[in-house]
Write a protein that binds this ligand. Sequence first.
Ligand code: DGL
Length: 290
Amino acid sequence: MPEKSTSSFAPLDSALKCGPIGVFDSGYGGLTILKDLQRRLPEFDYVFLGDNARAPYGNRSFDIVYRFTLEAVDRLMNVEGCPLVILACNTASAKALRTIQQNDLPTSVDPSRRVLGVIRPTVERLGALSESGHIGIFGTPGTIRSESYNMEIAKLFPRFKSTGRACPMWVPLVENGEADSPGADYFVKQEIERLLADDPDIDAIILGCTHYPHLLPKIKKYLPQGINLIAQGEIVADSLDDYLHRHPEMAERLTRGGSCRYLTTENPAKFSEMASKFIGTDIAATEIKL
Ligand code: DGL
């Protein structure tokens, strides 16, 4: 039986003030971030939440992505006791992060808790990764339509030209365990060709969806040489490490047992199998309802 959910930002028990780092994604994509977080910051406890039952988020409206993300953050903070949640999802970072940071957290029972996203830390790295200043972004339709990457790039690197390409089939391929299938070749090759046709001078491409590293062997197969491929795992891990050094008051609230719990809104056996394969250890996921 799935566990029961609670209402949005329910009162927080003071005993829950210290806790694990929450890592959230619509599905299996966040595991590509979690793996690097655990490698870089192994001392902390983590709770991973994948909303697999409602993935993909990439085609959904702003309001729905915001509502689903808020429900996940609520679960991680108010039930799992996470003082800090990483949105390991570009779509949620693009469509929900700002509202949660500016409206929901400040009026919640403990406004000192934090939610961090993945877009800004990725863009901050671009200076060192592109010579031509022509940047490509692969993302979900929602992330690309939001223009979040283009706006961040324009702020930090006003001379850069950025070109986004939505890849609506890539997340379903991963969620359905088809990332290694011959069918994936068609969709990966097609989007790479379309992006480079839009701007042949691109020399750095952001994988702006945390699911996409699951397709890396296929992406590398069709990407011309000399183009930097920017995956987010290590970038987000570096950025969190840096954040915790700058915010010791948050680092002190994070429990240090080196554990990780896995929550999914869908079939826990399927999640456990997929996640065990990717993370490289045996994982037993728990089913929850949001
Ligand atoms: N992994 C997510 C992202 O980074 C979400 C993809 C989806 O659910 O469509 O955007």
